[in-house]
Write a protein that binds this ligand. Sequence first.
Ligand code: PEP
Ligand code: CO
Length: 481
Amino acid sequence: MTIAANFPYPWASPIKDWAPDSWQRRVALQQPRYEDMNELSQVTTELSQLPPLVTSSEVLALKHALAEAQEGRSFLLQGGDCAEAFADCTSPIISNRLKVLLQMSLVLVHGLKMPVLRVGRFAGQYAKPRSTDSEIRDGVILPSFRGDMVNGLAFTPEARLADPRRLIQAHAHSALTMNFVRALVDGGFADFRHPEYWELAWVEHAPLAAEYRRMVVNIGDSLRFMETLAGPIDGCARVDFFTSHEALLLHYEQTMTRQVPRHQGWFNLSTHFPWIGMRTADLNGAHTEYFRGIRNPIAVKVGPSIEPDTLLRLIDVLNPGDEPGRLTLIHRMGYAQIASGLPPLLRAVQSAGRRVLWVTDPMHGNTESTSNGYKTRRFDNIRGELEQAFDIHAAEGTRLGGVHLELTGEAVTECIGGARDLNEADLAHAYKSVVDPRLNYEQSLELAMLIVRKSGHLDLRNLTTSPASHLMESCSPATTA
Ligand code: PEP
Ligand code: CO
């Protein structure tokens, strides 16, 4: 990205009693237990010499864009794998994931009639929090798999050993992913004038394909019309694309925490937009301590058990100056709990006058196990939580400013339901996720269409006009990846 984010910045004053390693004085949950701490220290020394993955200017540009979303002027689409796998660092998997996100964003831009901010859950989403430390199979107990950045998936003592060298591999795979995403985006992959290039082979069979295609034609027509009037719209050859991951492994994140010549303060340059997971969002814990000192825009996952007071105290620690764009709260309540769990939080934040971007994650509160042993989510429950989220925000006078989804561009069968009505038996056909079940391509697109329908801006049977100006606002002449 080439943007120079030199907007006035009154929030860059030093954070009191904070250093990139001050988290080490707190309890850090969900960290691997390494057998050889000397090896860990060699690895972290090596990592701290390696180049970062993003730049501080990009990070500040995203913060600025998130501030716009807070003000209701754009919508955040954040999505990708639950856990990236080293083996999935391949051209088709990366480009299909990007295609799905781009296609969804096209639907949203068109339907919501506002710019969409695209943030991938990728180029670093290699570590997972787990609900149990160990896994038992046939009487054998081994440490749980915690993501490729920590240990291996195979159920053997060797694979499950936490290996610090995996931190370096994770950095390398993140850089490879980032490099390819940047090249695709720079090369016009995301050119709105040629959305037909984005078509995935099997969209042909999707029940919503006709509606989607109509939308694509419509958008192409209006861009050509605008170009006839105003000349070539160069910026539309590229769209902004940012990265995010759960910043779980604090030794790793510390190595990527850097100062830069042009901007004050400390930046986590492993990603644009790190988040704190629900299991580590502890007011006095190491993750909160680490996050309070970095200048990135940050997010916190908020589950059904958090008390409104605790949430307000977390907000105080993480965004004491109420800086625009700084803090996103991603609620993940579950379809059965959102109606009771969310309103008290919205009211508390609203009456305290705090500035946050509210985003819904309708995935993580809706995970269940099937009788045939798969971890799955029902599309109807995901949809149910998403629709309630819109209604609850509307009733409380707050704004739902984005969605956080687990999805893939691959033809997987991991979530039940959707337009093709996948059932439990179908899960066996193509269940590939190493952790949580993801929406496949069709289910993702369907959800994007549902968001538009729910937000009430688009009648899909009556697409006659296209808001080319919103598409153009979603493009960015000055930015690339
Ligand atoms: C996740 O996003 O993969 C995750 C573990 O979420 P949460 O922290 O909300 O449970
Ligand atoms: Co997950």
